[in-house]
Structures are given as structure tokens and as C-alpha cells.
Design a protein around this ligand. Structure first.
Ligand code: PLP
Length: 409
């Protein structure tokens, strides 16, 4: 192929001039799915990603899947058999995790604004609740009393540091997440006064980070903070969730995260935690990093228009299915996700073209003036790096088109 391909494209080998997912050529997969657009997730890639992490990180580190990145039940079922625990962000996600066969002892629940019903679900299921406010302390105690069960709790801390150069900061400064570090001793005292089973701390500081040094620094600070706070806890700390934040490369110039320094650094963290918090299990929780690169979004070209010299490939998919690829999910400056014409892999004839959707808004742009194989109606466009925050992070009702399908191949 003449153009430089995004490294993510290489995960989907070319078979007979077409990209393939899970060994199935794209047009055959589209026929099997029955209609376009669809998301396809590659089972083998999910498995390989977990294996690669296991090899890079110390054995003492538990690996959790933050399922909000991709809550498709089949994906959660597959992941539940690979990782050590599932992190849920709502009562509905909890039901999916339980259906998937995840062990309730290894499920945890984080998020601001947990409803009373959701907290009761969590207590009844016997999962761990990451407490994010004093309200949750009081509510959990009364729910525990009512159900005759002892709620399992950890304190989600809003740390007094930030995850530097992170795509999304979720800790440090004033935040709606967790309890401010300086107020945690008070919360721990309140937990100690009630019939709540304290287990430890959850310190998640940010998301989508590609700099190993920044992640290592945040882990060091998280451990130090947990050690300080553990002195105020009503019982020994048996769990420390160090957060995650591992990012994946989307845009030109971005480099894949280097796991080697993170693994090396975590060996030091494990050793220090062994001295300071000897009973604590150490957890890393990841969403995007586990599933993001294993998924593609596939849409069909409906029309090829030339407007004042520029080519537009109008597809049946768009921002209503894949908000992030359109640049409207947290991007400051719009950049193109990696995109290819999956049914013309290796074609020599190329042109500059924009990939747009069927919505009546200029925001419905999946690729802006990209170098692509020359395509015609019927061809299939592939958006890579689409396994996380795609299907469920898009305004599917906008313009009332049908939703995309999802398959695990
Ligand atoms: C969203 C979220 C995650 C997952 O973040 P990724 O960037 O997808 O890895 C993990 N933990 C918590 C608490 C979250 O809210």
C-alpha cells in the first residue's frame, strides 16, 4: 500500500484485497451481520491485549476491566474470563457484569450520584462500593441494616495531585469524583462508626495518557497518599486501586504507550506497598486500553459526491453511531481517527476524500480530507481504534436512523 498505514490497521490483516476481522474478510462479515453500519470487536485481539499486560506487569498487580468503555454483554463475558475483576459505573452495568459470570467479590462500583436503588443493588450483590460522598456512607449503612448485609466499601479519593498530560483529568483540584483527600480522614471515621466493611482506597486520576512517566508518577503519588490515609482507617487496608489511565494512539504523531517502564516501576510499587500496606491487593483498572484497539466501526458508502473539486464519501454511518470519531467527544481540535476503505485494501489508486455521514450537520464528519483508496458506493469504510467509547458513547437517536449493530468475532 502506498500510503503509510496507522499501526492499528495492521491488527486487521488483508485477505484477498480486503481487511479482515477475526479472520473473516470484511464484505463476508458485513453479509453475516446482515446490515451496516456495525461495530466489530476481535476476540483474539482482546485476549492478546490482556496477555501482553500480564507479561509486562508484575504478577502481584490485579487487572480490572472498567466496562463502561465497552459494555457489550458478549465483550464483558469474554473479558470476565480474562481479567481479575470488573469495574461498573451503574446499576445496569452491574447486572451485565453479574450475567457475564463475574465474581461479585471482584466487582467494584464507582461513579458520582449513585442512586439509592443502585447502592441497594450493590449491597445485595455483595460487590465493593467505592464511596464518593458522605451521603453514600449514610445511605449504605441504612441499606445494610435493612437488608441484613454488611456493605463492602472503599473510599474513592479525589487526590491532591493530577495525572499530568492526560486526555481527561478526573482527579486533583475541585472535582465531582471521590472525596477530597483532606476530607477522607473524616469519612473514614464515619465509616468506622457504622456497620460497614472497610477494604481500602480507589485513586483514579485520569484517562487516555500516552506518557509512561506521567502514569508512573501518579502511581507513586497514589501509593503515598493511600499510606498516609490508611493511618486513619478503621481497619487494615486490604485493597488499593491505583487507577489506570493507559491511553491508546489515535492521531498522527501519537506513539503507543510503552509498558516496559510502567512494569518496571510497578515492581517498585509492589515492593513498597508490601512494606507499608502489607495486606493490600493492588489493582489497576483499565477500560480503553483493554478494548479500544480491538474494535472497528464499519459503514457502507452510499454516495460519492464531488463538490467544487473535493470528494465526499457519504456513508450510512456517522456521528450518531461514533461521536468520538467525529471529534465531538472531548476533542478540542478535531483530528482524524485512522480510517481506511476496507474493501480496497492495497488498492494503488488513491485520492483525497472526506468521509461523512447521513446527518444534516457539518459536524457529521468521520474523516476530513484523508488520503484514501478511491471508493465507490457499496464499499465499506473502516474506522479503527473504535472498541472503546463508541457504541454507547454516541447520540444514537439523533436524526432517528437505526442504531448500529455490534458483533464479537
Ligand atoms: C472511565 C473510568 C475508567 C476507565 O477509563 P479508561 O480511560 O477507559 O481506561 C476507570 N476507572 C474509572 C473510575 C472510570 O470512571
Amino acid at each position: 500500500m502506498s500510503a503509510t498505514r496507522h499501526p492499528s490497521a495492521a491488527r486487521f490483516p488483508v485477505v484477498g484485497g480486503e481487511l479482515s476481522v477475526g479472520g473473516v474478510p470484511l464484505s463476508r462479515l458485513a453479509a453475516r451481520v446482515g446490515r451496516t453500519p456495525f461495530y466489530a470487536y476481535d476476540r483474539a485481539l482482546l485476549t492478546q491485549r490482556v496477555q501482553a499486560l500480564r507479561e509486562a506487569l508484575p504478577k502481584a498487580i490485579s487487572l480490572h476491566f472498567a466496562m463502561k468503555a465497552n459494555p457489550m454483554p458478549a465483550v464483558v463475558g469474554h473479558m470476565a474470563g480474562l481479567v481479575d475483576g470488573i469495574d461498573v459505573a451503574s446499576g445496569a452495568e452491574l447486572l451485565v457484569a453479574l450475567d457475564a459470570g463475574a465474581d461479585p467479590r471482584e466487582i467494584s462500583f464507582a461513579g458520582p450520584g449513585k442512586s439509592e436503588a443502585e447502592l441497594a443493588q450493590a449491597v445485595a450483590a455483595g460487590i465493593l462500593v467505592n464511596i464518593e460522598s458522605m451521603r453514600e456512607v449514610t445511605l449504605l449503612a441504612s441499606i445494610g441494616e435493612r437488608l441484613g448485609l454488611r456493605p463492602r466499601v472503599a473510599v474513592r479519593v479525589n487526590p491532591d495531585f493530577e495525572l499530568k498530560s492526560s486526555g481527561m483529568k478526573m482527579g486533583g483540584g475541585p472535582k465531582q469524583f471521590g472525596i477530597d483527600a483532606e476530607l477522607v480522614p473524616q469519612a473514614l471515621a464515619a465509616i468506622g462508626e457504622r456497620d460497614l466493611g472497610f477494604e481500602g482506597f480507589h485513586i483514579f486520576s485520569g484517562s487516555q495518557n500516552l506518557r509512561a512517566e506521567a502514569i508512573c508518577e501518579a502511581q507513586t503519588k497514589a501509593l503515598a497518599l493511600a499510606v498516609r490515609l490508611a493511618g486513619h482507617a478503621p481497619s487494615p487496608t486490604t485493597l488499593l486501586n491505583l487507577g489506570g489511565g493507559f491511553g491508546i494512539p489515535y492521531f498522527p504523531g501519537e506513539q503507543a504507550l510503552d509498558l516496559v517502564p510502567i512494569g518496571a516501576h510497578l515492581h517498585g510499587i509492589v515492593a513498597e506497598a508490601g512494606r507499608e500496606l502489607p495486606r493490600a491487593e493492588l489493582v489497576i483498572e483499565l477500560g480503553r486500553y483493554l478494548v479500544g484497539e480491538a474494535g472497528v466501526y464499519v459503514a457502507r458508502v452510499l454516495d460519492r459526491k464531488v463538490s467544487r473539486g473535493e470528494v465526499f464519501l457519504v456513508t450510512d454511518g456517522g456521528l450518531h453511531h461514533h461521536l468520538a470519531a467525529s471529534g465531538n467527544f472531548g476533542q478540542v481540535i478535531r483530528k482524524n481517527y485512522p480510517v481506511e476503505i476496507g474493501t480496497r485494501a492495497g488498492a494503488a489508486e488513491r485520492e483525497s476524500a472526506s468521509v461523512v455521514g447521513p446527518l444534516c450537520t457539518p459536524l457529521d464528519l468521520l474523516g476530513d480530507r484523508m488520503d484514501l483508496a478511491v471508493a465507490a458506493p457499496g464499499d465499506l469504510v473502516v474506522v479503527f481504534q473504535s472498541g472503546a467509547y463508541g457504541f454507547t458513547a454516541s447520540p444514537q437517536q439523533f436524526l432517528s436512523h437505526p442504531p448500529p449493530l455490534q458483533v464479537l468475532v
